[in-house]
Design a protein. Structure first.
Length: 186
C-alpha cells in the first residue's frame, strides 16, 4: 500500500480518548497558569523577584503549549528568534537540526515583548537547564494535582489541533515532524 493511501485511511480514524498519549488538556493548562499566579502572589518583600519568576514561568508554559516544541528547543529560544512583524517564532529543532517557523497569536507575542522589555534576558529567553525546566513544569503540575512532564504539552497540542479541524499536514509541519505518519500516531 502506498504512503498516501495509508495516510488517508489513518487520518480519518480518530483515537478513542483513553488510547491517546498522556497530554495536557486546556483546563489543566489553565489550572497550571493559575498555579503560577497563586505561588507568586504573596511575595511581600520579594515582590520584584516574584514577578520575574511568575512572568518567566508563565511564558515557559505558554510557549510549551502554543509552540508545541520539545523542552530543550523551548529553553533555547533566543529573543532574535521572534519576528514580531510577521508574528513568527523561528524555533530551532535540535532533533532534526532544522528551524520550524511557527505562527503565534497576539497574546503570547505581547507576553514575550513585555518579558523582553521588563527583564532583558540576554542570549536566551530562559536562564536555566532542561533539568530545571522539567522541575518547574512538574512543580506547577503538583500544585494542580496532575503528574505532568514537559512532553505532555506537545502531545496536548497534537491532540487539540485536530479537534479544531486543523488538517494533519499542517499539524505535522507545526510539530516539525518529518512525516505526517508520525503525526497520525497521536
Amino acid at each position: 500500500m502506498d504512503r498516501l493511501a495509508l495516510y488517508s485511511r489513518n487520518a480519518l480514524r480518530l483515537k478513542e480518548y483513553d488510547k491517546l498519549p498522556p497530554h495536557i488538556t486546556r483546563v489543566q493548562y489553565l489550572d497550571m497558569l493559575d498555579a503560577v499566579e497563586r505561588k507568586h502572589s504573596a511575595a511581600g518583600q520579594w515582590a520584584k523577584k516574584a514577578r520575574y519568576y511568575r512572568d518567566r514561568d508563565k511564558l515557559l508554559l505558554r510557549l510549551m503549549r502554543e509552540a508545541g516544541g520539545r523542552i530543550g528547543d523551548i529553553l533555547n529560544i533566543a529573543p532574535v528568534d521572534f519576528d514580531f512583524d510577521r508574528k513568527i517564532l523561528n524555533l530551532k529543532v535540535r532533533k532534526r537540526r532544522d528551524v520550524n517557523s511557527i505562527l503565534l497569536g497576539d497574546g503570547i507575542l505581547l507576553d514575550v515583548s513585555n518579558y523582553l522589555r521588563n527583564y532583558n534576558p540576554g542570549a536566551k529567553l530562559c536562564d536555566f537547564s532542561k533539568v530545571q525546566g522539567r522541575k518547574i513544569v512538574r512543580q506547577y503540575g503538583r500544585l494542580t494535582g496532575i503528574d505532568v512532564h514537559p512532553h505532555m504539552f506537545r502531545h496536548g497540542l497534537a491532540i487539540h489541533l485536530p479537534e479544531n479541524n486543523v488538517p494533519i499536514p499542517i499539524i505535522s509541519a507545526r510539530l516539525g515532524h518529518s512525516s505526517v505518519l508520525t503525526t497520525i500516531r497521536y
